[in-house]
Every structure is written in structure tokens, then in C-alpha cells.
Design a protein around this ligand. Structure first.
Ligand code: PLP
Length: 364
């Protein structure tokens, strides 16, 4: 059976035009840093610079941070473009890609836009959304070119450890496939964060950015850590997309990486405060069921009795609050709540979510 080639994501137009609200719990990252908080002298910025295949100071900063060689790094416009370039480098139309389900929908949309045939393997809610390598093994065959997973998992924030990843890598390698691990949430583990999956073996490609953990989405500072031959293909594909990065953003990214400890401390303090609010909220609720992950910026509760669309409508219309409907992740009785926003907004948003859940229960 052929799969229709698509040219859009279902989720992104919703995220760009419908997610905004006074109490926005639909975001998945740590609250944006402001220019003032970043505190960089304008003299440090230049409009145009060197480095057609990567701005050397940025490549070197990333190489030092992740203990990889410069030739293993490709910078890109966000993890989004890093994922796109990696998939485009590795896939031909008709190739099979195995992607976790539920997952971040643009990963699926990108693979399908590239003409790949997408198959899925289940991360089951009743197993804590853990990856079961046996399930991956059942779904991989000799035509599979690529396996794609998120770690931490979007939407649930479940963590996949190195032993499980290695097992997935072994299965992929046997089929001659690569594994992309999207790690945009991994560093919310802070001191507990493991090395990027790239270090686990030659079949692994890690993608990441400064967007989610560090609140620096506007810099569009994304990257992939990839075997050198794959990285070279990705750089050549860059020439067909944006060609080069916006140089002021590269300069700002270098400055942000030089100050990453302070930026990390800000994120850690925010998430610690917010997690305490989340804990209190969840203790008080029996109408939702949730896999609790100790890290991350999102949770993905199941609304007992379903009616998530009704909940989202009520939240938006009466409570000026948004969460992400589970349909975007292929699980309609779930919804995703982001806990990385500023603390006051989260407190008010959770309070409103509680009131909407109560009202929904009373309607029965
Ligand atoms: C798993 C995952 N990857 C990538 C992205 C996009 O990140 P970036 O802003 O770096 O493109 C998101 C954003 O929600 C995401 O959830």
C-alpha cells in the first residue's frame, strides 16, 4: 500500500495560530529569555561572517560541549531543520521509516513529505510510554532505513536509558538503518542528563537545539551530531534550503553557549518551582491519569472518560487557557500540558484547568 505524500504538518498551523491564550499551557519549552536577560553587548554581533559550512566558533563551542569532532556537527535552523536535514540525507522516496507513536507530529509529517513510508511502533501509556525494544524489533525489517524517537519523549517526557537505546541501535544496525534521537528535552535532566545518543554507536544521530530547555527559540540554534559522512550530506542539503544561517543568530548562539551555566540555572530554578505546582495539582485530581516523569517540560494525562475536545473548548472559551489536544499525538483521550512557562501563568493555568475539569465532571 502506498502512503500519500504530504506537504504540511497538521500540528504546526494549530500551534502557530490556535495555541496562544492568556494562560498558555500548550507550549513545550522553558519560558523565553529576553534580550535583556541574555545580556549581550551589541558590539559582539556582526551582520555577516565566515563559515559557509558552519560558523567555526559555534561549531567549536558545540564540539567542546558534547565532546565530538567538528566534522560530526551540522548546525541548522532549530532542531526542526536538523531533523529535516538528517531525514533528507538518509531517505529516498519509498524508504521505510519507523517512528514512535505517540510522537511530535512534525517528525512524521517531514518523513512523509520526503516520500518515505512511515510505520510506527507503540509506546504504550500503560507501560509508562517506555520504549520496548522487542516491539521495535517486531516492526523493523530489512527495508527500514531509519528509526526515529524522542528522548525525553514528547509528549510524555518519559526517559529512555542508554541500555534501551543501545538495544534499539543494535536492531537498527542489523537492518542497515540509522536511529535519529531527537534530544530537545534531554537537558531538562540537568546534572542527570546522559551524553547524547550519538556517543552510543555509529548508527545514532542526535538532534537538539537551544529552544526548549534554554528558552532561546528565536535564535533557531539547532544542530545534529552525526557520523561524518552523514554530516557531509546534510551540509550539502543545506545548500538547497537556507544555504547559510543568519549570522547575528550564530553570534548570539556562541554568546549563549559561553554563558550556558547561568542560562541553565535559570531554567532549573523555573522548572523546580513549576514542578512543585504541578505536583500539588496532580495530587488533587482523580479524573486524570498521568505517567509521572521526574524531568521534562510536558505531561500527557489521559482524561478518564475522554471528552478531551470538549475540555479544550471549555478551557479556551471560558478559562482563556490552552493545552494541546491529544489528537495531534494520535491519542484522542489524552492532552498535553506544558509546565515550562512563567510560574504565575502556570499557577493560574492549572487552577483554571482544575475548574474546567470540575465543570466537565458536573455536566455528566
Ligand atoms: C521533539 C521536538 N523536536 C523539535 C522541536 C522543534 O525545536 P526547534 O525549535 O529547535 O526547531 C520540537 C518543538 O516542539 C519538539 O517537540
Amino acid at each position: 500500500m502506498t502512503q500519500e505524500r504530504i506537504k504540511n504538518s497538521d500540528y504546526m498551523p494549530w500551534a502557530k495560530t490556535q495555541a496562544h491564550a492568556r494562560f498558555n499551557l500548550a507550549t513545550s519549552g522553558v519560558a523565553n529569555m529576553t534580550w535583556r536577560e541574555l545580556s549581550i553587548e551589541l558590539d559582539a554581533i556582526e551582520i555577516t561572517g565566515d563559515g559557509f559550512y558552519g560558523y567555526p566558533p559555534l561549531i567549536h563551542a558545540l564540539a567542546a560541549r558534547y565532546r565530538v569532532a567538528p566534522e560530526n556537527i551540522v548546525t541548522a535552523h532549530g532542531a526542526s531543520m536538523a531533523n529535516h536535514l538528517a531525514m533528507a540525507a538518509l531517505l529516498d522516496p519509498g524508504d521505510r521509516v519507523l517512528i514512535e507513536h505517540p510522537t511530535y507530529e512534525p517528525l512524521v509529517a517531514t518523513a512523509r513529505y520526503l516520500g518515505a513510508r512511515v510505520e510506527t511502533f507503540e509506546r504504550r501509556a500503560d507501560a509508562g510510554f517506555a520504549i520496548d525494544p522487542a516491539e521495535v524489533e517486531r516492526r523493523v525489517d530489512e527495508r527500514t532505513r531509519l528509526v526515529i524517537i524522542t528522548n525525553l519523549h514528547n509528549p510524555s517526557s518519559a526517559f529512555t536509558d542508554a541500555a534501551t537505546l543501545k538495544e534499539v541501535g543494535r536492531i537498527a544496525r542489523r537492518a542497515g538503518a540509522y536511529v535519529i534521537v531527537d534530544e530537545v528535552y534531554l537537558e531538562t535532566m540537568f546534572d542527570c542528563a546522559p551524553d547524547p545518543a550519538f556517543h552510543l554507536g555509529p548508527e545514532f544521530i542526535s538532534t537538539n537545539s537551544l529552544t526548549k530547555v534554554y528558552g532561546l527559540s528565536g535564535l533557531r540554534c539547532g544542530w545534529a551530531l552525526a557520523p561524518a559522512d552523514v554530516a557531509r550530506k546534510m551540509w550539502l542539503l543545506h545548500d538547497l534550503f537556507g544555504v547559510i544561517m543568519a549570522h547575528p543568530a550564530e553570534r548570539l548562539s556562541v554568546a549563549a553557549l559561553a554563558d550556558i551555566e547561568r542560562i541553565t540555572n535559570r531554567a532549573r530554578a523555573l522548572l523546580e518551582r513549576n514542578r512543585a505546582l504541578l505536583d500539588a495539582f496532580l495530587r488533587a485530581r482523580s479524573d486524570i491519569e498521568v505517567v509521572r516523569a521526574p524531568f521534562g517540560t510536558t505531561i500527557f494525562p489521559r482524561l478518564k472518560g475522554g471528552r478531551v475536545e470538549e475540555l479544550c473548548r471549555l478551557l479556551r472559551e471560558k478559562y482563556e487557557t490552552t493545552v494541546v489536544p491529544g489528537r495531534f499525538f494520535g491519542l484522542e483521550d489524552h492532552f498535553r500540558v506544558g509546565i515550562g512557562g512563567d510560574t504565575q501563568t502556570l499557577a493560574a493555568g492549572l487552577e483554571r484547568l482544575g475548574r474546567a475539569l470540575d465543570e466537565l465532571a458536573a455536566r455528566r
